[in-house]
Design a protein around this ligand. Structure first.
Ligand SMILES: Nc1ncnc2c1ncn2[C@@H]1O[C@H](COP(=O)(O)OP(=O)(O)OP(=O)(O)O)[C@@H](O)[C@H]1O
Ligand SMILES: [Mg+2]
Length: 159
């Protein structure tokens, strides 16, 4: 399982451990929650989202939405998986209507940096980094608002 470094820091050593960590978070998520996944190419944002989907009871495979910008899945709650990597200006974000999605389900956003400060909602920022070894990844959970603190506490305390 994942080793706990601190209350909001985790280390994984394989894709499956990353999915298990995402699943742990996914079990706590509910409509209106926003999770921002911030980290370099290949750190595991999509892999972590696959875990979130599992925790939300999504039964179909979750893939990178890179070319579509957004994929939608049905689980216990609806999951909107967004990748802003290819967004070139903030106006495109307006057209995407992210704000509406957040009200209708759980919104998970890769490359939130592309959306600058205009992203909606309370929730969690998950910062992903490469670890010292090849397959290690480090996760830091940064709460946004009251709901973010609840989620961070939940995931830290979950078995
Ligand atoms: N501990 C780990 N957790 C997650 N992925 C890992 C781990 N160790 C190695 N990997 C590899 O790292 C890659 C992670 O890919 P993934 O698509 O999830 O990254 P990403 O952050 O979404 O990238 P992008 O910015 O291109 O969207 C995969 O090739 C996976 O096999
Ligand atoms: Mg990705």
């Amino acid at each position: 399982m994942n080793s706990v470094i601190g209350t909001s820091e985790f280390l994984t050593r394989s894709e499956e451990e990353t999915r298990a960590l995402g699943e742990r978070l996914g079990r706590f998520l509910r409509r209106g929650d926003v999770v921002l996944l911030s980290g370099d190419l290949g750190t595991g944002k999509t892999c972590f989202t696959q875990g979130i989907a599992r925790g939300l009871g999504v039964s179909v495979p979750v893939n990178s939405p890179s070319f579509l910008i957004m994929n939608e899945y049905q689980g216990r709650e609806r999951l909107f998986h967004v990748d802003l990597y290819r967004i070139e200006d903030v106006e495109e974000l307006d057209e995407l209507g992210l704000w509406d999605y957040a009200e209708r389900g759980v919104l998970v956003i890769e490359w939130p940096e592309r959306g600058a400060d205009i992203l909606p909602g309370d929730g969690l920022i998950v910062e992903l980094r490469y670890g010292d070894r090849e397959r290690e990844r480090r996760f830091t959970f940064v709460p946004r608002g009251e709901r973010g603190r609840e989620l961070a506490a939940g995931i830290a305390g979950a078995p």
